[in-house]
Design a protein around this ligand. Structure first.
Ligand SMILES: *Cc1c(COP(=O)(O)O)cnc(C)c1O
Length: 394
């Protein structure tokens, strides 16, 4: 049996996969980073050495004991982000689960029962567990077959005036740049209003930086671009360089809310994962490194803005979304025979497939093409990938 056949036979077919089997990174140009996880690229040497050395020293203990890799990682992460402490877990969804429990308990401890609603934004994505799915502000993610969903969430429109929050709201959860929702950035005025209303009413702000965090947007945390520090920030994807991990960061106000026995994770703070995470945090938090992320993002934008099939580019740093022109619009922008040969007007997923055939890995988000290259990508690699995109999107 081929890898594909074995996979389809023995792994639940809950994914729509591209027909490509990957055994190593040879011959691939990566504009996807394993959905933003491989922040230092494939098999970065320093990262791989740290991970391998830790695997040979002590791979796991559980949280019944203290370990140096987790302590060191958390110390670094708090120093870089300004947060007081962190809960360590294994994924973005779990980081958000922690944030939700933390926010509800903060409110319960201070105001008693009933003030427990969490407001999230339409178009958001917060994870696949029943609770984070319920938090996710997209009807398409709430099919009847999984009902009932968790109560306690309300959804509002991003980048629209809010006015006020209901009395039973304890927290607002937002992505500064919605990733899965289509690489849509929040506007400064909207973020300002959220933070002002929350500050007035002691409502917590939870920033879901699972995708935007760890340098992806050109700042270690995307909140920096908005001049904001949420009470709680969740991170995962790029934070561990391609190992499964997550972190829920709390400011001083929230740092003591969860006490012994209130929350846990068997694998949370796993030494091997933490060893990888420490390398990522050290590298990615460097100001010169982050400036490079911004410069590379600008370089990509400048190049792609000239392509006739690209209608608009959204996002920030190395988190970019391309709106592709509809067939009609694009065909007026380029001769018919070119349109035919290149398939102008193809959907983002069709373009992603065409890229794959030329060895370029790209992502989609809703109807957009989504680019999340490794933060360490070189200009040569960028040129290589961009020339493939140019061939396909001309
Ligand atoms: C990917 C993602 C999640 C879920 O992360 P998992 O590690 O898949 O659980 C949550 N929030 C955002 C913003 C994400 O991009």
């Amino acid at each position: 049996m081929t890898i594909t056949e074995k996979t389809n036979k023995h792994i639940m077919q809950s994914y729509g996969r591209f027909s490509l089997e990957i055994e190593n990174s040879k011959g691939l140009i990566d504009f996807g980073s394993g959905i933003g996880t491989n922040s230092l690229g494939f098999c970065d040497e320093q990262w791989a050495n740290a991970v391998c050395e830790q695997a040979r020293t002590l791979q796991h203990t559980s949280n019944l004991y203290y370990t140096k890799p987790a302590a060191d990682f958390a110390e670094k992460l708090c120093a870089v982000t300004g947060y007081t402490n962190a809960f360590l877990c294994n994924s973005g969804a779990e980081a958000n689960e922690c944030a939700i429990k933390l926010a509800r308990k903060y409110s319960f401890d201070k105001y008693g029962a009933g003030r427990n609603k969490i407001v999230t934004l339409n178009g958001s994505f917060h994870g696949r567990t029943m609770t984070t799915l319920s938090a996710t502000g997209q009807d398409i993610m709430h099919p009847d077959c999984f009902a009932p969903y968790m109560p306690g969430f309300a959804h509002i429109e991003p980048n629209a005036p809010i006015g006020s929050f209901a009395d039973d709201v304890c927290a607002v959860m937002l992505e500064y740049v919605q990733g899965e929702g289509g690489v849509i950035s929040l506007e400064q005025s909207f973020v300002d209003e959220v933070f002002a209303l929350c500050a007035e009413n002691d409502i917590l702000v939870i920033a879901d930086e699972v995708q935007t965090g760890a340098g992806r947007t050109g700042a270690f945390l995307a909140g920096t671009h908005f001049g904001k520090a949420a009470d709680i920030t969740t991170m995962a994807k790029g934070l561990f360089g391609g190992l499964p991990g997550g972190a829920c960061l709390a400011n001083e106000k929230c740092a003591g809310v969860l006490t012994a026995g209130m929350h846990g994770s068997t694998y949370g703070g796993n030494p091997v994962v933490m060893a990888g995470g420490s390398v990522v945090v050290a590298r990615v938090s460097d100001a010169a490194f982050l400036a490079e992320v911004v410069a590379k993002g600008d370089y990509i934008r400048e190049f792609l803005a000239k392509l006739p099939q690209v209608e608009a580019i959204s996002g920030r740093g190395l988190m970019l979304g391309l709106t592709l022109k509809s067939a009609k619009e694009a065909s007026s922008a380029c001769p018919a025979e070119v349109a035919l040969a290149t398939g102008v007007g193809r959907t983002a997923i069709e373009v992603a497939k065409a890229c794959l055939e030329k060895g370029l890995l790209v992502l989609t988000a809703k109807d957009k093409l989504r680019l999340l290259p490794p933060l360490t990508i070189t200009y040569d690699e960028l040129d290589e990938g961009l020339s493939v995109l140019k061939e396909i999107l001309l």
